[in-house]
Design a protein around this ligand. Sequence first.
Ligand code: ZN
Ligand code: ZN
Ligand code: ZN
Length: 148
Amino acid sequence: MAVTKMNVTTGRTKVASHSRRKQEASFVCPIPGCGSTFTRSFNLKGHIRSHNEEKPFVCPWPGCNKGFARQHDCKRHEQLHSNYRPFSCEGCQKQFARMDALNRHLKSEGGADCAKLLVSKGITLPLTPPKLETMPTSDVWDGLALQL
Ligand SMILES: [Zn+2]
Ligand SMILES: [Zn+2]
Ligand SMILES: [Zn+2]
């Protein structure tokens, strides 16, 4: 007889406290190595802008455009370019950063034998510089940086 059902409508109040406070962070920063997430797209946009502003020092070498937060890092990176010596003399294996430096070598007394060798191979002097497209991309520079 005295079976009283207590569980009528008492569960109501619990539902309110269960509301989800956390929103889905569905906007992810696309900058490699960052991975920051945001709930709103304009927050992400502002964040990406801050990435760019944090790198005011941009490498002046053509085709590179790498940005750096500190001038020191930028300068150090620039040295990679100047240390890069892609032009080697076929005669003496000496390496040069620029084509005109190699040509100057071939015209000099010390490079006379090298020049003769190149001409005997059918190569016309002075050598012509390669097109800018053959310059390494910034990915390659990153690889060089790792080797240091
Ligand atoms: Zn980011
Ligand atoms: Zn650079
Ligand atoms: Zn040489």
